[in-house]
Write a protein that binds this ligand. Structure first.
Ligand SMILES: *Cc1c(COP(=O)(O)O)cnc(C)c1O
Length: 323
């Protein structure tokens, strides 16, 4: 199969493809953050997707672009939760087989959600890399199509549909802050926004414990990371030692990366619940955290923060909010 182009046209096509499956999420003004940062701050609420995270967009675009034969056989993927849940959701709608390989550190409530959607969940090995090797074996033995969580043109274009919505809802947008792990979310949104507005600033936000893309960007090449347990569980893991797309796109588009400590991520989850009345998971909170903790050196006049997911572990969120 030839590699499809990753461009604005691919993102418009993705929007048509996923229209019945992914929601158009609200963009809301944040009075508190606008006051604190002395500018206009808006939140793009991907925590309100039906599966609780934006990953549904990419998963829908990927699965709907399979050939009939591939669809018949099914898919396999590796996930710490949100991508697997997106794939499971779409596979159920399409009546397809989906196998999700997860590392042992995955949160139990995320596994339960995937099983509820009819996916076969296999817990394998301590790290995402271990789970990935197992998934590759399954792909071979069962003829399943491997669906990358981020390093795939259809996934990137699917996540990029968020950028189209932002251009329509806030045409004067000049800064975007995006949670960053493998870089599919950032690459897709940045591609849409920077094609329309080359001078727009793109800021990535990651956890300080094992920020794989940040370390790779600094090194100028893909570097492996040690996975560490973090409140931002959905940002854990490497960017793939054979990264094909997202590393180069992030090299092209990222203007700045902000790192957040565990204390800062926890405080931001509590802030989001108290002040914004949004349930936000750690990985979904890092963009807000970058503003809340005054970490961004240069902000424009119209700043959008991508709130990427809301699948928080409830006892953890309650504990954080009680302080
Ligand atoms: C996957 C995920 C991210 C990071 O997306 P990448 O495309 O891997 O950079 C951010 N937030 C949440 C909630 C996620 O599930």
């Amino acid at each position: 199969m030839s590699t499809p182009a990753i461009d604005l046209r691919a993102i418009y096509l993705a929007r048509q493809t996923i229209a019945g499956l992914a929601r158009r999420t609200p963009l809301i003004h944040s009075a508190y953050l606008s006051e604190q940062c002395q500018t206009n701050v808006y939140l793009k609420l991907e925590n309100l997707q039906e599966t609780g995270a934006f990953k549904l967009r990419g998963a829908a675009n990927r699965l709907l672009n399979l050939s009939p034969a591939e669809r018949q056989r099914g898919v396999v993927t590796v996930s710490t939760g949100n991508h697997g849940r997106g794939v499971a959701f779409v596979a159920q709608k399409l009546g397809m087989r989906a196998v999700i390989c997860v590392p042992e550190l995955v949160l139990p409530h995320k596994v339960a959600a995937m099983r509820k959607l009819g996916a076969e969940v296999v817990i394998h090995g301590p790290t995402q890399d271990d789970a990935e090797l197992y998934a590759l074996q399954l792909a071979q033995s069962d003829g399943l199509t491997m669906v990358s969580p981020f390093d795939d043109p259809y996934i990137i274009a699917g996540q990029g549909t968020i950028g189209l919505e932002l251009l329509e809802d806030l045409p004067q947008i000049d800064t975007v802050i995006i949670p960053l792990s493998g870089g599919g979310l950032l690459a897709g949104i940045a591609l849409a926004l920077k094609t329309a507005r080359p001078d727009l600033r793109v800021i990535g936000a990651s956890q300080a414990l094992g920020p794989a893309m940040h370390l790779s960007l600094q090194a100028g090449k893909v570097v492996p990371v040690i996975e560490e347990k973090t409140l931002a569980d959905s940002l854990m893991g490497g960017i793939g030692l054979e990264n094909h797309f997202t590393f180069a796109l992030c090299q092209r588009f990222v203007d700045e990366v902000i790192l957040l400590s565990e204390a800062e991520i926890g405080a931001t989850m509590a802030f989001a619940l108290r002040q914004e009345h949004q349930v936000v998971e750690g990985g979904g909170a890092v963009g807000i955290g970058a503003l809340l903790h005054n970490k961004v050196a240069k902000l424009g006049r119209n700043v959008v923060v991508i709130v990427s997911g809301g699948n928080a572990d409830m006892p953890t969120l309650m504990r954080l909010t009680a302080h």
